[in-house]
Write a protein that binds this ligand. Structure first.
Ligand code: CP3
Length: 341
């Protein structure tokens, strides 16, 4: 098996540097679009045969060093009792938004084997199909990010409802966070039992918090998840979008790997956190719109900075965009492997 990704997770500097891409299975790949012409996104997530097929596409087409299970962070939220729809070009809609004690009572814990059997089945088939070519990453949303989606009922510009509940009805907010944390722990444990070799927790919205508020309203729940997974033998990655001001706190989460977006330089992260840390990231996805020579220079800069950390896993600073030609993504993976060999 290509072990580079798992070795880097454990803190070993590797040559070449492993790479995978957030949202690596997705609309920028023509092979993905072909399947999406026949089924909608949620059906794709819930049909193991198809979810396996799209999970394997980036491994076969790009040559990335890890596969990630095809699903979405909001799938367990639907299982907790909320209505979930994806509207073309608008992002997710969750109903009804959680704003009151009564709304909270409408939610329930989950049994992953009963409520999300398709995710576990996808993992089991993927493990067979990968036959140890590359490791398999499982994932979940972080409690704060899931709570924000649930309270807003979808994406938001200001997250006013989320902050209003945090500050105005803290007991309600903390009860919601506890429930989501319990659900996430059982969900990740089920993914691990089914065979994933690493897990990533996505905290897309925690960056809207000051560090002081992050430490109170978000971090303790992420820490509880990583604590619960200790001893599972599986590496934990923690990614916060727009989290440059939070990295010292993120490093206290118990994660083995800290995922960075592009707004903070890796060398700045190393100087603030010390060298004894594994970092993942962090090329701006839009760099792939630059001419080839410039893409190469930018990759080289990220790799050079990554060598200052104990270990480095190459990734984009956020999910790859549908507008990016997949040949540019392939070029990027090849360049990373060549330049870090
Ligand atoms: O990384 C992978 O390839 C695994 C699959 C994966 C998806 N979403 C597939 C997806 C993962 C790990 C996610 C995580 C996810 N989902 C996050 C965290 C990462 C981030 O981007 O910050 C978030 C916030 C979501 C919620 C979500 N799902 C949104 C906001 C959207 C709509 C926006 C958009 O890009 O259309 C989705 C839909 C979604 N999830 C798609 C994919 C491939 C596109 C659906 C389609 O085919 O139309």
């Amino acid at each position: 098996m290509n072990e580079a990704f798992l070795r880097a997770c454990r803190g070993e500097a590797t040559r070449p540097v492993p790479v995978w891409l957030m949202r690596q299975a997705g609309r920028y790949l023509p092979a993905y679009q072909e399947i999406r012409e026949k089924v909608d996104f949620l059906t794709l997530c819930k049909t193991p045969r198809l979810a396996v097929e799209v999970s394997l596409q980036p491994v076969d087409i790009l040559g990335v060093d890890a596969a990630i299970v095809f699903s979405d962070i909001l799938i367990p939220v639907e299982a907790m009792g909320m209505g979930l729809e994806f509207h073309e070009g608008e992002g997710p809609v969750l109903e009804p938004p959680i704003r009151t004690e009564r709304d909270l009572k409408g939610l329930h814990p989950i049994d992953p084997a009963l409520d999300l059997p398709f995710v576990l089945e996808t993992i089991r088939i993927l493990k067979k199909e990968l036959s140890n070519r590359v490791p398999l990453i499982g994932f979940s949303g972080a409690p704060f990010t899931l709570a924000a989606y649930m309270i807003e009922g979808g994406t938001s510009r200001s997250f006013v409802n989320t902050k209003r509940m945090m500050f105005g009805s803290p007991l309600l907010f903390f009860q919601l966070m506890e429930l989501i944390t319990d659900v996430t722990i059982s969900y990740l444990r089920a993914q691990i039992r089914a065979g994933v070799q690493a897990i990533q927790i996505f905290d897309t919205w925690a960056g809207i918090l000051t560090r002081e508020d992050y430490d109170v309203y978000a971090l303790p729940y992420v820490s509880r998840i990583f604590k619960a997974l200790e001893g599972s033998g599986v590496a934990g990655i923690y990614f916060v979008y727009n989290g440059g001001h939070l990295i010292e706190s993120m490093a206290r989460s118990g994660a083995d790997v800290i995922g960075l977006d592009w707004r903070i330089d890796i060398e700045t992260a190393v100087s603030r956190l010390g060298r004894d840390v594994t970092l993942q990231g962090n090329l701006d996805p839009c760099v792939l719109f630059l001419p080839e020579e410039e893409i190469k220079a930018r990759i080289d800069s990220v790799l050079r900075q990554g060598r200052k950390a104990r270990a480095h896993i190459f990734n984009l600073g956020h999910g790859i965009l549908p507008e990016i030609p997949y040949k540019k993504a392939k070029l990027m993976v090849d360049l990373i492997h060549e330049l870090s060999a």
